[in-house]
Design a protein around this ligand. Structure first.
Ligand code: ZN
Length: 314
């Protein structure tokens, strides 16, 4: 049995964050992403689940957050066994626009070279490490705002960095899925799946001297990879369990996609998510993100759920 090629690239990144208001303001107002879905954490309905992406939340463009302020969740620490950095892509020639925008918005950033390219590294309000980089990126439909035109707008997630204590084992594991090594530089190894490039890239960073990551506020909870169908997810699960002895969860219905979860050698929590049905399943394109959407089985509890969510203003 072979699972090479079933994973087409990234689907979304999910982070544990603090306040709903600061999170919304940062991803929507500062970075200019669209809130494509306002729902709750399906495993803990006292917390929002925000999905930010391009105009329709195309798979691979999506950043998602659980704002856990006031819920007694500890502050995390980014370290090995985690996604240590999430990268967004911007059109070629727009880095200057983004330097000026971040500065004007009061976001302090540093410039770094990564694979012979200048990137801007900064943190979100919860301390999550992010960067933006120029890339050829044809993903559409592009979302724009009053002060970020389509020509300058973020296209979606470009890649994530996995900080790993034993990179050889993890890279060998990723290669089973069809992720191929494309570049190496210092302690970084860049791998691509499917068509490669933006939305289909992982960077494995050597973290043998790093401390172990602590899950909590300001850290990525998991990274999701996309497959065409649930049948592909089940083939992957079968391979993990029977060939590698790695346990994976049952299929979870996330309404906008269906998912399984497992921890990779190296410790990072992976999700395999179907590309469909997508975020238009319960809202029109125009109204996406305007109101709280709940899974059907939680609708009878709407009043109670709404009352316990952290208030915020759009
Ligand atoms: Zn997820």
């Amino acid at each position: 049995m072979d699972i090479k090629g079933l994973i087409k690239g990234l689907h979304h990144v999910t982070a544990t964050v603090a306040g709903a208001q600061e999170d919304y303001d940062f991803y929507v107002k500062t970075l200019g992403l669209r809130l494509v879905k306002e729902t709750v954490n399906f495993d803990n309905e006292s917390v929002y689940h925000f999905y930010y992406g391009n105009e329709i939340g195309s798979p691979s463009t999506i950043m998602t957050t659980f704002p856990y302020a006031g819920q007694g969740v500890r502050k995390g620490a980014i370290g090995s066994g985690q996604v240590s950095q999430t990268s967004f892509s911007i059109p070629m020639g727009t880095l200057t626009f983004w330097k000026e925008r971040l500065k004007a918005q009061g976001v302090s950033y540093s410039t770094e070279q990564r694979f012979d390219q200048e990137i801007l590294v900064f943190e979100d309000p919860s301390g999550l490490k992010l960067d933006i980089m120029e890339a050829v990126d044809e993903r559409t439909p592009v979302w724009s705002t009053a002060d970020i035109s389509k020509e300058n707008a973020i296209r979606g997630i470009h890649n994530v960095t996995l900080l790993i204590s034993d990179i050889k084992t993890t890279i060998g594991f990723l290669e089973l899925f069809g992720y191929e090594i494309k570049k190496q530089e210092g302690d970084l190894t860049l791998l691509e799946a499917g068509d490669g490039g933006a939305g289909n890239t992982l960077i494995v960073k050597d973290g043998k001297t790093a401390h172990q990551g602590v899950n909590g506020i300001g850290t990525v909870h998991h990274v999701a990879h996309r497959v065409a169908s649930l049948a592909d997810s089940l083939r992957i699960k079968d391979f993990l369990v029977n060939n590698l002895g790695i346990m994976a969860t049952d299929v979870k219905d996330r309404k906008y996609f269906e998912s399984i979860y497992f921890r990779i050698p190296g410790g990072v929590l992976f999700e395999i998510a179907t590309e469909g049905p997508g975020f238009l399943v319960d809202e029109t394109r125009e109204a996406m993100g305007n109101g709280l959407k709940l899974p059907d089985w939680q609708e009878p509890n709407r009043a109670r759920i709404e009352a316990q969510l952290q208030p915020y203003i759009k």
